[in-house]
Design a protein around this ligand. Structure first.
Ligand code: ADP
Length: 403
C-alpha cells in the first residue's frame, strides 16, 4: 500500500510518500511560503537511495489548493514521477497537532471528524486551521482515497487526571477544556515500540522515560507501554527548555511584564514561544551553534547548556519517582540522537538512580538504535532514531485494516 503522509501547516505542506510493503520512502518534499509572493517547492525522489534526485521550484503558490496540485503533479509526473496516477496513492495520513480530548485514537476522516477538528481551533489556533486546509484540498483532489488523521496528542490520552489537570478552578476544564494534552505523541509512541523491541520485551510491559530533544523538546513517562505523564501541557510551551520556547516558568512573570513593559498578550506569546529558550539566554537556538559558542568561551551559551541539562535531569528524576522501576531512558530527535554532550548533561549525577552512561558508547559516532549505558547499569540508556512519518503511515494502515 502506498501511503501519502501530509503535514499541512498554515503556510506549508510537507509530504512523504511511502511504499508500506517495504516501508520505503518513494519521495518527499515541501511546498513552502504558501500565500507569499515567492513560494518554494523542494521535491526529493527516493531520498537516501542511490537513485536520489532533487527538484527545486520557485513560483507563487497562492493557496493550499495550488500547493496540493503541485505536490500531486510532482508525485505523478510523467517523466520523474514515482507513481503513474493518484490511483496509486492508496491512503493519506494527516498529521494533526491537537486532537483535544475528542480524539483518543487515529481515525478515518469524514465530515464529522472535520467538524470536530474545526471545534478544536481555539486550543490550537496556530496549527489546526492549516491542518484543516490540507484535509480539505486532499479530500477534494483525491475523493476516492481514504484519509486518516493521526494526532500528536493521542498517545498522551492515557494520562490520569492527576497528571493532566492544572490546579486552576475546575470550571475552566469543564468550560474551556483547559488541561494538559502533551505533544510529540507520534514520536514517543514510535520510540516506545522500537525501544521495547530493542529490549526484547512486549511494549505493554516496558517502563520508559522517552526524551525527545529537537527544536521542540518533551519527555514522556511511559508505564507498561502507555503515557502516564509528559512535560508539554495545553500547548507545546510547557516543560523543558527548547530552541526558542521557555518551558516551565512562573506565570506571575507575565502580568509583571505587562505592567513594567506594556507587553500585550500577543507579545508575551511571541516572547515565550519564539524569543526564549536557548535563543533567549544566549542568542542562538541551534544546538550545534551553542556548542561552537561554548568552545569559544561564550558564558551565556554555557549557561544555556547548564540550564538545559539541569531541567532535563529534574524531569528524569521526577519520572523515576513516579515509575519506580525504569527499564530504559530513551533519547531521540535531532539533539537526542546526535549530541553526546546533551545526553551526558541529561544523565549527569543520576547514577544513584541506576542510570549509568558509558562514556565511550555515548561518544561513539554510531547511527541507529543503540544502548549507551554501562554493562552493569540497572537502567538501560538507549538512543532510538525517531520516525514520525513512518509512525503516521503505520497508524494510517492500521486504521484502514481495522475497518
Ligand atoms: P524539529 O523539532 O524541528 O523536528 P529536530 O529533531 O530536527 O527538530 O532537531 C533539531 C535540533 O537538533 C537542532 O537544535 C540541531 O542543532 C540539533 N542537531 C541536529 N544535528 C545535530 C548534531 N549532529 N549535533 C548536535 N545537535 C544536532
Amino acid at each position: 500500500m502506498n501511503v501519502l503522509v501530509i503535514n499541512s501547516g498554515s503556510s506549508s505542506i510537507k509530504y512523504l510518500l511511502l511504499d508500506m510493503r517495504t516501508e520505503s520512502v518513494l519521495c518527499s518534499g515541501a511546498v513552502e511560503r504558501i500565500g507569499e509572493a515567492a513560494g518554494v517547492v523542494t521535491h526529493k525522489i527516493a531520498p537516501g537511495t542511490d537513485r536520489e534526485d532533487k527538484i527545486s521550484l520557485a513560483q507563487p503558490i497562492p493557496d493550499h489548493e495550488e500547493g496540493m496540485h503541485l505536490v500531486i503533479g510532482l508525485i505523478t509526473d510523467a517523466d520523474k514521477g514515482v507513481v503513474k496516477s493518484v490511483d496509486e496513492i492508496e491512503a493519506v495520513g494527516h498529521r494533526i497537532v491537537q486532537g483535544g480530548d475528542t480524539f483518543s485514537a487515529s481515525c478515518r476522516v469524514d465530515d464529522h471528524v472535520v467538524e470536530e477538528l474545526a471545534k478544536l481551533i481555539p486550543l490550537a489556533p496556530v496549527h489546526n486551521p492549516g491542518h484543516l486546509a490540507g484535509i480539505r484540498v486532499a479530500r477534494a483532489m483525491m475523493p476516492k482515497v481514504p484519509q486518516v488523521t493521526v494526532f500528536d496528542t493521542v498517545f498522551h490520552q492515557t494520562m490520569p487526571p492527576r497528571a493532566f489537570m492544572y490546579a486552576l478552578p475546575y470550571e475552566l476544564y469543564e468550560e474551556l477544556k483547559v488541561r494538559r494534552y502533551g505533544f510529540h505523541g507520534t514520536s514517543h509512541a514510535y520510540v516506545t515500540k522500537e525501544a521495547a523491541r530493542f529490549l526484547g520485551k512486549p511494549a505493554e510491559q516496558v517502563n520508559l522515560i522517552t526524551v525527545h530533544l529537537g527544536n521542540g523538546s518533551s519527555m514522556c513517562c511511559v508505564q507498561n507501554g502507555k503515557s502516564i505523564d509528559t512535560s508539554m501541557g495545553l500547548t507545546p510551551l510547557e516543560g523543558l527548555i527548547m530552541g526558542t520556547r521557555c518551558g516551565d516558568t512562573d506565570l506571575a512573570i507575565y502580568p509583571l511584564l505587562g505592567a513594567a513593559k506594556g507587553l500585550s498578550i500577543e507579545e508575551i506569546n511571541d516572547l515565550t514561544n519564539k524569543q526564549s529558550g536557548f535563543k533567549g539566554i544566549c542568542g542562538r537556538n541551534d544546538m550545534r551553534d551553542i556548542h561552537e559558542a561554548v568552545a569559544q568561551g561564550d558564558t551565556k551559551a554555557k549557561l544555556a547548556l547548564d540550564m538545559f541539562g539541569y531541567r532535563n535531569r529534574k524531569y528524569i528524576g521526577s519520572y523515576v519517582a513516579v515509575l519506580g522501576r525504569v527499564d530504559a531512558i530513551v533519547f531521540t530527535a535531532g539533539i537526542g540522537e546526535n549530541d553526546p554532550v546533551a545526553r551526558e548533561l541529561s544523565c549527569r549525577g543520576l547514577e544513584h538512580l541506576g542510570i549509568r552512561l558509558d562514556r565511550d558508547r555515548n561518544l561513539a559516532p554510531v547511527r541507529g538504535a543503540r544502548d549507551i549505558a554501562t554493562s552493569d547499569s540497572p537502567v538501560r540508556v538507549l538512543v532510538i532514531p525517531t520516525n514520525e512519518e513512518l509512525e503516521i503511515a503505520r497508524q494510517t494502515v492500521g486504521v484502514l485494516q481495522a475497518q
